[in-house]
Design a protein around this ligand. Sequence first.
Ligand code: HPA
Length: 274
Amino acid sequence: MASALMKQLIESTEFIQSIYPHHPQIGIILGSGLGDAANEMMIESEIAYSKIPHFPVSTVQGHSGKMIFCESCGKKIVLMAGRFHFYEGYTPKQVTYPIRVMKMLGIHTLFISNAAGGVNEHFKVGDLMIIKDHIALFTINPLIGKNEDGLGTRFPDMSEPYDKLLIEKAKIAGEKFGYGLKEGVYAGVTGPSFETRAEYKLLKAVGGDAVGMSTVQEVITAQHAGLKVFAVSVITDLGIREEDNTITHEEVLMAGKEAGPKLINLFKEMIAVV
Ligand code: HPA
């Protein structure tokens, strides 16, 4: 008998397919301030999260909260403009619910973007960092609880959560555009408060290059679902600076907006080659 979660996933998927009867191959999640990037693609259809049965609803300013179906390079794409964060009060299962739905819709590859604080002292605001690995710091694993064998294995391997081949392709695209892409480890925290000076130092000491409040739970779920993942952080502030260490959400949104076109160019280039 199908579990309650499976039934909900099927209902969400069937609802979406009643409006958009195609099977996207690639999923994209756009982070803070990056929602406008969707306008760079050929949009076919849009569905507000609030219309989709069992979907959580985004509450953060700067997240428009809709699934956008588009096409680029002849490939069908489902794009999430707005994501669900643990700090908003959603459970890890709710945070990762859309990943499950995108998998059911048919995607094999997931592109993720996020806004992140720079921890590596060589980073500057506006840099794009390819995520090569992550560290979950105090974020709850979304797979805790009874395993849904129909969705994935009990103990998923996490030795290569970010697909090496996609990273290589991104580097080639980055060279072509002259983006000076950075590469590093993303430290995932719960937020919503930004880090203290001492915490930024801790993050650096444990090997983090950037820090953010999303992505890790999504990537764990994507691995569980057998999806290939490529993820990029937009460095929106420098946590490691000594003098003026204040950060505001507005700053983060602004830096995200400015870096958006670069990010979407990179994604579009990669869509052509996956
Ligand atoms: N810390 C955590 N999350 C963030 C940051 C930060 O400095 N910047 C953007 N998201």
